[in-house]
Design a protein around this ligand. Structure first.
Ligand code: ADP
Ligand code: MG
Length: 232
């Protein structure tokens, strides 16, 4: 579960301040796909960065987890936030941010090695990478490097990489913006399926409303505020 409680974020802009996120509250349960839409500049990426504990809000809470496992990401130190991201949050940015020299399989394996990796056996990492490649439909492309993959395939690798530690929360920013309509629809379907299969609380930012049917809930943000929330 991820819950934002009365979250506000301002940026300095010369000698004034911009309110990018204005008292936003939302809650996304495990196994649920929440779409976040709204015009450019409405604060969607800022909202996702707060949910990811990459930016600390000026005020408000960012609760992640269930029961006694719940943490407030807005209260963590930088080190604690890094740990939280590594263990409990999967993030996919607009550009897939893959390492050019690594194959699809290696991108996933490197992630599995990071932090606490000495305890993880190589064979476990290899089989986990195979399982994730299969889950995103890339088994036959496992040994390709990013430049040998299409935009949609690169997004699939980025999604597989985000799932390495079985995160509770999955945060995805505009995954279809560089794709044609058909590839875009496939990526959204994939995210919908993985959310339900793996039980992640998934926030998906998109300005593309043709994908609307995939969302369990759709939040519209305008000028940093929630304008509307529609359940599917
Ligand atoms: P969206 O993702 O919906 O396009 P953003 O969250 O990127 O919106 O931006 C929201 C507002 O905050 C915009 O007015 C943008 O110009 C401003 N903004 C975003 N990032 C920064 C930053 N690092 N410094 C100052 N202003 C920013
Ligand atoms: Mg954005």
């Amino acid at each position: 579960m991820i819950e934002l409680q009365n979250v506000t974020l301002t940026y300095t802009d010369g000698n004034s301040r911009i309110t990018a996120v204005d008292n936003v509250s939302l809650r996304c349960e495990d196994g649920t796909l929440m779409g976040i839409t709204g015009p450019s500049g409405s604060g969607k990426s800022s909202l996702l960065a707060i949910a990811a504990s990459l930016i600390r809000p000026d005020s408000g809470g960012v609760l992640i987890g269930e029961g006694t496992d719940t943490v407030d990401a807005a209260q963590l130190s930088k080190t604690e936030a890094t740990e939280l991201r590594r263990e409990r949050i999967g993030i996919v940015f607009q550009q897939s941010n893959l390492l050019p020299a690594l194959t699809a399989r290696e991108q996933i394996e490197v992630m599995a090695h990071l932090g606490g990796a000495s305890k993880t056996r190589r064979s476990t990492i290899t089989s986990q990478a195979s399982e994730l490649l299969e889950a995103v439909g890339l088994t036959s492309r496992a040994d390709k490097r990013p430049h040998q993959l299409s935009g949609g395939e690169r997004q699939r690798v980025a999604i597989a990489r985000a799932l390495v530690r079985s995160p509770e929360v999955l945060l995805i920013d505009e995954p279809t913006s560089a794709l044609d309509q058909e590839r875009g629809a496939e990526i959204i379907e994939l995210i919908e399926r993985l959310t339900h299969e793996r039980g992640t609380a998934t926030l998906l930012v998109t300005h593309d409303l043709i994908h609307k049917a995939a969302f369990d809930e759709l939040v519209t943000v305008v000028d940093g505020r929630i304008r509307e929330t529609v359940a599917a």
